[in-house]
Design a protein around this ligand. Structure first.
Ligand code: PHE
Length: 347
């Protein structure tokens, strides 16, 4: 092949090359030991002697030119490669998003820790429960009107002769008699935190919600223990300045029964600030939830002798007590369960 043709051929092949690997192959094809350049050199023997010098000069020139083309291209390609790899090490990295527990789970952990400190053992009982444990065992016989207050959801399942229908437990009190039967003999100090269900949905109610139920049974348990436990809880969960007040109420499964109120964080129970009515509570106190001394019939259902033992119980809404913290502002309880990440992230 004549030097000029070879040079043109090599030139176009090299310029079209897109990567170093192909370029190295071309180097072997042209500049290798048995490559096209050396083959061309060998042709010198067939060249008439008067043209040999000229041919040799040209051939050497072409060899150098191809060598140069190869080197330039190699530099160009490796420059490109470097550009692709280059990155700014001073740029801040992308942080992986950290999830966290749902605020209700956080509240549950906090509540069970507070009660664990005074010896309450966390219990867990079925969400899908027999009517018996939800009502009868709690002194609400079949067709008792008090059942109406618990907007009950029933499961479409065969009715059991002793235990009745299957319901979604309407309160954590359904665990009271189960705990008595499990423990057998007092002392009992249970904290049962669980999902509850009622047929009610509006800005202050969701069909599914959580309650935490305390149950203490032992010798000589009195209202003092109930009151002391309530005060302990609100000081731990809210702040040192909070205290509780018991207001007479009625539940079938406690006697006497109380509604527990907490003094308002803004006016601290006075109901007024500088002679003006407190806008947060209006009368100094806010309602937390129900409580009372365990009814003798409930103790009996749990196999405990009411002449020897007495107890107290309380059952409050987790969402409710959590939302009563002054740093929590949630105007519609349903937000809690819509799983909107923009809402949940705040807590
Ligand atoms: N179970 C009651 C309710 O859901 C609350 C309660 C629990 C009252 C324990 C007294 C004792 O309304």
């Amino acid at each position: 092949m004549d030097p000029l043709t070879l040079k043109l051929q090599a030139q176009s092949a090299i310029s079209e090359t897109e990567n170093v690997k192909k370029l190295e192959e071309l180097k072997i094809t042209y500049l290798g030991k048995n490559g096209l350049v050396n083959q061309m050199m060998k042709e010198i023997i067939n060249i008439p002697s008067d043209q040999k010098q000229n041919f040799g000069k040209k051939a050497n020139q072409v060899k150098q030119e191809i060598q140069l083309l190869y080197e330039q291209k190699l530099q160009e390609l490796s420059q490109e490669g470097k550009q692709q790899e280059w990155f700014d090490i001073t740029m801040p990295g992308k942080k992986p998003t950290h999830g966290h527990l749902h605020l209700v789970s956080q509240a549950i952990e906090e509540i069970s820790d507070i009660f664990a400190k005074i010896g309450f053992i966390r219990a867990r009982y079925p969400e899908v429960e027999w009517e018996y444990y939800n009502f009868e065992a709690l002194n609400m016989s079949k067709n008792h009107p008090a059942r109406d207050e618990f907007e009950t959801l029933f499961i479409d399942a065969p009715v059991n002769e002793k235990y009745g229908k299957i319901v979604l437990s309407t309160h954590t009190s359904s665990g009271q008699v189960r705990e008595m039967l499990r423990v057998g003999q007092p002392p009992i100090r249970m904290i049962n935190i669980a999902k509850c269900y009622r047929r009610q949905q509006d800005i202050t109610h969701t069909i599914m919600f959580h309650q935490f139920e305390g149950l203490v049974v032992d010798k000589n348990i009195s209202i003092k223990h109930l009151k002391g436990t309530m005060d302990y809880f609100v000081k731990q969960f809210y702040d040192e300045n909070r205290k509780t007040r018991l207001r007479p109420f009625h539940f079938q499964f406690t006697e006497p029964s109380f509604e527990v109120d907490i003094n308002c964080a803004v006016c601290l129970g006075k109901g007024e600030i500088n002679g003006k009515k407190c806008r947060t509570c209006k009368q100094g106190w806010l309602e937390l939830g129900g409580s009372g001394m365990v009814h003798p019939n409930v103790l009996k259902a749990g196999g405990i002798d009411p002449n020897k033992y007495s107890g107290f119980a309380f059952g409050w809404g987790v969402e409710r007590v959590y939302m009563m913290r002054s740093d929590v502002k949630i105007d519609d309880i349903r937000y809690l369960y819509e799983n909107d990440i923009r809402f949940l992230r705040q807590f």
